[in-house]
Ligand binder design. Structure first.
Ligand SMILES: Cc1cc2nc3c(=O)[nH]c(=O)nc-3n(C[C@H](O)[C@H](O)[C@H](O)COP(=O)(O)O)c2cc1C
Length: 211
């Protein structure tokens, strides 16, 4: 890998690998790859599924507060593997579905277990960060999911960005619900609306431009 190569990591934190969250992340990744093939920039996209990682719950032992800021659980689970992915990325886009208006438990585990990276002088500092959310219902809590992710990023010293789509017609963080706008029918998880896909692509453009 050449030195000027930068990676955008797309992390699907839904326990479901092929759901709505993944469909939006895929739209974002496909746009990133298309932009990359049009230009000289060397930006690599990488998608990973959090459900492939075994991440144990933080026990609150506070070992990470003291040097060497190590977590005893990292000796027996996949947190070191995930840390490596996060640390080697220049931009991180986390996709999360609304589970009772919050991130799924496996993502909360990652958030809690990322504390050693903060304690060791903000290892995730200055990485570009954004969030993509999905829900079952319209107004199903995606905004709270995004808040949790954005706060995680801010506490870790990351730089939070959103899409710069149409200033009047488009939201800034990609989000979609299974429930359609008219409220009486539901879409397939693999078929987000053109608006949500467009917003995911717009986020790709923003992240690409910043890198
Ligand atoms: C445990 C659980 C809790 C959920 N809570 C909510 C909720 O509070 N609001 C909502 O709109 N949808 C809720 N959902 C539905 C998911 O957000 C929805 O199915 C979403 O598409 C899942 O994303 P995925 O397809 O990427 O897995 C919940 C689903 C599960 C399994």
């Amino acid at each position: 890998m050449s030195n000027d190569q930068k990676t955008v990591l797309l992390l699907n934190s839904s326990p479901r690998k092929n759901g709505l969250t993944n469909a939006l992340l895929t739209a974002c990744q496909e746009k990133l790859d298309a932009l990359n093939s049009n230009e000289e920039k060397k930006i690599v996209s990488k998608s990973i599924q959090l459900s492939d990682f075994n991440i144990q719950h933080c026990t609150g032992c506070d070992a990470c507060l003291k040097k060497p800021f190590a977590c005893p659980l990292s000796e027996k689970d996949d947190m070191p593997k995930l840390e490596k992915e996060l640390l080697s990325a220049s931009a991180i886009i986390v996709g999360a579905p609304s589970y009772f208006a919050n991130v799924p438990a496996i993502m909360k585990d990652v958030i809690d277990r990322s504390r050693p990276m903060k304690m060791a002088k903000y290892k995730l500092k200055d990485k570009i960060f954004s969030a993509i959310t999905a829900s079952g219902l319209q107004n199903g809590g995606s905004n709270f999911v995004a808040d949790t992710l954005i706060h995680w990023a801010i506490i870790q010293g990351m730089i939070v960005v959103g899409a710069l789509g149409h200033p009047v017609l488009m939201n800034n963080l990609p989000s979609e619900s299974l429930q359609k706008l008219e409220l009486t029918s539901f879409r397939k998880p693999s078929e987000p609306s053109d608006l949500a896909k467009g917003l995911s692509e717009s986020l790709a453009k923003r992240v690409f431009g910043l890198l």
